[in-house]
Write a protein that binds this ligand. Structure first.
Ligand SMILES: [Zn+2]
Length: 512
């Protein structure tokens, strides 16, 4: 039985959120409701108009290149890519062919916790170049199509990787990391649903041992003829990236097992049918006749961009969250994925660490556990807070409470002033409020403070012992597991406020 492996490379387009378009001063706002509002002679390609490159877009592409460890070229230029389609009024797209702004970079990925082929990978970045977006075609009823030029000329960065991915999971992880990076850089919102980030994959399944990859180029070994690659488009979500690639790998393997081959082709992912469908073959692919755009002089990207300092990137932040806040890799990943959530977490943590520092040395010294409180806070954000937000279809930007008050809730839990059940109820109230309310006030108003006073608990325990003689007898006869039932009854009687440890202590003292 022959063994097969996939060769996968990714091409991702990211819309930059500059104020104006790539080559004219029209507003860069492709998703407004009024069609053909942000248009001018330049983005409509009237004869005699001249494109002027957007300085910010070049600067941001340099930033993207640097964040992806690329070499920034000293000489870069724009080229014309010719093809005819109604979404392209000039008959060519201004893109970059031979001298992209950035090339030869890499990105390091970590797949821990996802049952990967390998735990980490260094993926080569072939290039990152700048181009203009096309108009949007709106296909209406009865076969009519309307053209909206609001998107024509919006700056796009295209990032191409080497064929270094070994699975669909790796390709998906890359797209997620790339989205995080451009969001951290503040150059794009990279919302896939809005088309601000578009992913395409190149996939070909080969026989094991039939090829090697040298400097990002696939080379056949022992005179083998390699199988053709399939370009996969229409991957509009991370799930689609993973499922589409997985589907394509299986499809190609089953063809090879039947002794079949295929021509180079472009296929689209059909999300409804959950399969890839043929769009076109290489035979009718366009020859783009690239040549340098004579209207735009070549340029030196670094001179235009000036001095660039990168912010802390997601991978660096993850590492720091892991080291400073003692968070697991997967928790750190969840918390750093989104910049707002990462900032919220940092503010909560610094509040808690400060609070620990102000605790008098003499007393409570034993309770100063930065590690314990950090992990507690991390767990409450990832599981409880994010769980509630997901359920309510909200995001961290929707909550009105401050990191200070969230930190106070964690401090209350840490100091056993409230038990987990009631803390969760308080958090639910905080999420639902339109104001930033102090959790201590909520706790006092509701009377949800933890009762650790053994006198009060003793009264509750006595009642339970009186009301459940059968269970009491069983515990006394050695069925220790039944004590859980009695603890539960005491907790219920206290409406969840009793300190469960004290309850168990008192019960055991009275029964054993
Ligand atoms: Zn314009």
């Amino acid at each position: 039985m022959k063994q097969y492996v996939p060769i996968i490379g990714m091409e991702v387009h990211v819309e930059l959120k500059t104020n104006s378009k790539m080559f004219c001063s029209c507003a860069n706002n492709p998703n407004i409701d009024t069609p053909n509002k942000n248009i001018c002679e330049i983005c409509l390609a009237h004869p005699g108009t001249l494109p002027v490159p957007n300085k910010k877009a070049i600067e941001w592409t340099v930033m993207v290149g640097k964040a992806l460890n690329c070499h920034i070229l000293e000489f870069s230029k724009f080229d014309r890519k010719h093809y005819f389609y109604p979404d392209l009024p000039k008959g060519y797209q201004i893109s970059q062919y031979e001298e992209p702004i950035a090339e030869h970079g890499f990105i390091e990925l970590d797949f821990a916790g996802e049952n990967p082929v390998r735990d980490t990978a260094k993926i080569g970045i072939t290039r990152a170049h700048l181009e203009e977006d096309t108009a949007k075609l709106n296909h209406g009823e009865g076969g009519s199509t309307l053209v909206d030029f609001n998107r024509a000329g919006v700056p796009l960065v295209e990032i191409v990787t080497d064929p270094d991915f070994k699975s669909a999971l790796e390709a998906k992880t890359y797209c997620q990391e790339l989205r995080s990076i451009v969001r951290y850089l503040g150059v794009s919102d990279a919302d896939m649903e809005k088309g601000q980030m578009r992913c395409e994959a190149n996939i070909s399944v080969q026989e094991v041992g039939s090829f090697e990859i040298v400097d990002g180029v696939v080379k056949p070994l022992n005179g083998t003829k390699l199988n053709n690659k399939v370009e996969l488009k229409n991957l509009n979500s991370f799930k689609a990236v993973e499922r589409g690639i997985d589907y394509e790998i299986s499809r190609q393997i089953s063809m090879l097992e039947k002794g079949e081959t295929w021509v180079q082709q472009t296929r689209g992912w059909d999300d409804n049918k959950q399969e890839t469908v043929m769009q076109r073959t290489k035979e009718n692919a366009a020859d783009y006749r690239y040549f340098p755009d004579p209207d735009i002089p070549p340029f030196h990207p670094l001179q235009i961009a000036g001095k660039i300092s990168l912010p802390e990137l997601p991978s660096q932040k993850r590492k720091r969250f892991n080291e400073e806040y003692f968070l697991s890799f997967s928790d750190a990943k969840i918390l750093t994925d989104d910049k707002t959530l990462a900032n919220f977490t940092e503010n909560v943590m610094s509040e808690l660490h400060e609070w620990l520092d102000t605790m008098p040395e003499s007393e409570n010294k034993a309770e100063k556990f930065p590690q314990k409180i950090s992990r507690l806070a991390g767990a409450w954000i990832t599981s409880k807070l994010l769980g509630i937000l997901k359920e309510k279809n909200m995001s961290i930007t929707d909550v009105k409470f401050s990191p200070e008050n969230f930190a106070e809730l964690i401090a209350l839990i840490y100091n056993n002033k409230v038990n987990g059940t009631n803390a969760l109820k308080i958090l639910l109230i905080m999420v639902g409020l339109d104001v930033d309310k102090d959790p201590t006030h909520i706790l006092e108003e509701k009377g949800w403070g933890q009762v650790s006073d053994s006198g009060k608990i003793e009264t509750l325990v006595d009642d339970v012992i009186k009301n459940y003689p059968d269970q009491v007898a069983q515990v006394k006869a050695g069925k220790d597991a039944i004590i859980k039932f009695l603890i539960g009854m005491v907790m219920k009687a206290s409406e969840g406020s009793a300190d469960v440890k004290v309850v168990e202590e008192v019960l055991r003292k009275k029964l054993v």
